[in-house]
Ligand binder design. Structure first.
Ligand code: HEM
Length: 510
């Protein structure tokens, strides 16, 4: 019985699709507008089969054939892939407002309260208000500085445990300890604490990250979504229910603590609760009164966007430093010259460490954690560089390809060579397009400052306090550097290394 219904539905869709192709397509063509070049597509799936397991690499190869503005059909979604810095500037600066929206994806609808957070909400008064709120109240320079003691404390704990490991020559899973460190830091900043006996917050966050990053057929061939063939709809609903329960507990706990003690520590939950039920913005008579659902959606976005990003950058930087002893030595020398060898690095040392900046810029160029940024959606039909782009077209910016463009970065573009940034200062505020690890334009990352200070401090500390060598006498040049594709782009294999403590015996490290 069910089988017959399924066959009937499939035939109905295929029939509708063919009708659409026969009668609508010629009409489209008759409009004299040039489409960006792209590969031939298959019925129903379009070009989905060309993405492969590492879409940023497959799309880069295709762009060499079809050009920096390439047209694809992903299932039923017309898509433009942007693969050069010049083209990115057109989409993210010249015509930024046209491409400042996000497509609705199923995972964000189900997990992130119908996209009521920041990262996946469509462009408009709601997004503008929430963005302003997050930039001013949560991620401003003064707030980033205010959370400095949390970074210092957590990093101190890690250094102590690594010092113990170094005494016995233990092999450390660097990817795991860095991941845990960033999770601890971000959960304390966002939620006030990271450990809860009642539930496994870390596991839930990992599940949510995996679901938001997964490739869901429902987003590309919506009529297939009804069948939930990948089981992702069910998984999203289950994780969303558990996360909601957890957020309710955390918020209620904060509300009760505030009633008892007015001098509570500031974290994102408390900051947001202090403005609950208040209008946060008046714009063309749009008056957003922030409620509990808005707060939960914003908190979730901060957790999802804030944790994996920073830890992935640190993991890649340490891998490249271990692979390049010359660069590692230059960096350690710079830090020792500024800080000495009797104390740990402090946050206010960071602005004197120019070589560290270059190492971080080079890591972000080669390993942008969001290789295709977060997809954009075209808000109105527009002709860009002679190519007609229809309203609702999805736009993906291949930041990975842009950072490795031979025309911009010369023939050694694939090499880790921080010195290329000696005369090229990067501030990621939307002026440069040769490397765009934080995106650009209105939707660029609002957590740049928090991300950069965390990444720089952790890298500086770990190479200042320790020398690192690969286990089992592995040669640095043999370290596997393959990546995995997802919401972020981490190493395919965890990084393992042996630390040896290098500060003076009486050095202070708290
Ligand atoms: C080194 C660390 C980080 C990197 C490399 C990074 C990268 C990115 C990228 C590529 C985007 C998409 C931009 C676009 O579409 O143009 C983004 C968006 C975003 N990031 Fe970050 N990010 C980092 C850290 C953070 C942190 C620490 C937070 C907050 C706790 C954060 C919050 C967000 C949010 C909320 C968005 C969505 C913005 C919007 O759509 O308006 N990020 N980030």
């Amino acid at each position: 019985m069910h089988f017959h219904i399924l066959v009937f539905i499939l035939f109905t869709f295929i029939f509708t699709y063919l009708l659409f192709k026969l009668f609508l397509h010629p009409k489209e063509k008759s409009i004299n507008n040039k489409k960006a070049p792209g590969p031939a597509k298959l019925p129903i799936i379009g070009n989905l089969h060309l993405l492969g397991t590492l879409p940023h690499r497959s799309l880069h190869s295709l762009s060499i054939k079809y050009g920096p503005i390439m047209s694809l059909q992903l299932g039923q979604v017309p898509t433009i892939i942007v693969s050069s810095s010049k083209a990115a500037e057109l989409f993210l600066k010249t015509h930024d407002i046209v491409f400042a929206s996000r497509p609705k994806i199923q995972a964000s609808k189900l997990i992130s309260y119908d996209s009521k957070g920041l990262a996946f909400s469509e462009y408009g008064p709601y997004w503008r208000s929430v963005r302003k709120l997050c930039t001013l109240k949560l991620l401003s320079p003064s707030k980033v500085e205010m959370f400095g003691p949390i970074r210092k404390e957590e990093l101190g704990v890690l250094v102590k445990s690594l010092e113990k490991a170094s005494m016995v020559g233990e092999v450390v899973n660097v990817s795991e300890v860095v991941g845990n460190l960033i999770e601890e830091i971000m959960c304390k900043i966002i939620l006030g604490r990271s450990k809860y006996e009642q539930f496994d917050l870390k596991k839930l966050i990992q599940e949510a990250l995996a679901l938001i990053g997964s490739f869901n057929m429902a987003d590309y061939v919506p009529w297939l979504g009804a069948f939930d063939l990948q089981g992702l709809t069910r998984a999203c609903k289950r994780v969303s229910k558990s996360l909601d329960e957890v957020l309710e507990v955390i918020i209620t706990e904060h509300e009760q603590a505030t009633k008892i003690d007015k001098t509570h520590r500031e974290d994102f939950v408390n900051i947001l609760l202090s403005i609950m039920h208040q209008p946060i913005e008046f714009e063309n008579e749009h008056n957003l009164i922030i409620d509990r659902t808005n707060i939960k959606a914003i908190l979730l976005d901060m957790i999802v966007a804030g944790i994996d990003t920073s830890s992935t950058v640190i993991e890649w930087a340490l891998s490249e430093l271990i692979r390049h002893p010359r660069v590692m030595k230059n960096l350690q020398d710079e830090i020792t010259n500024e800080v000495g060898n009797k104390r740990m690095v402090e946050e206010n040392d960071l602005n004197k460490l120019n070589y560290l900046d270059m190492v971080v810029n080079e890591t972000l160029r080669l390993y942008p954690v969001g290789p295709l940024l977060i997809p954009r959606e075209c808000r109105e039909s527009r002709t860009i560089d002679g190519y007609f782009i229809k309203k609702k077209t999805r736009v993906m910016i291949n930041a990975w390809a842009i950072g490795r463009d031979l025309n911009v970065w010369s023939e050694n573009a694939d090499e880790f060579y921080p010195e290329r940034f000696i005369d090229k200062k990067m501030n990621y505020q939307g002026q440069e397009f040769d490397s765009i690890p934080f995106g650009s334009g209105r939707r660029r990352c609002p957590g740049i400052q928090l991300g950069l200070v965390t990444v720089k401090l952790v890298i500086a500390q770990l190479v200042h306090c320790f020398n690192w060598k690969l286990p089992y006498n592995m040669s640095p040049s043999n370290l596997n550097m393959e990546e995995k594709f997802g919401l972020t782009m981490p190493r395919a294999q965890h990084l393992y290394a042996i630390p040896s403590y290098r500060l003076a015996g009486d050095a202070k490290h708290e």
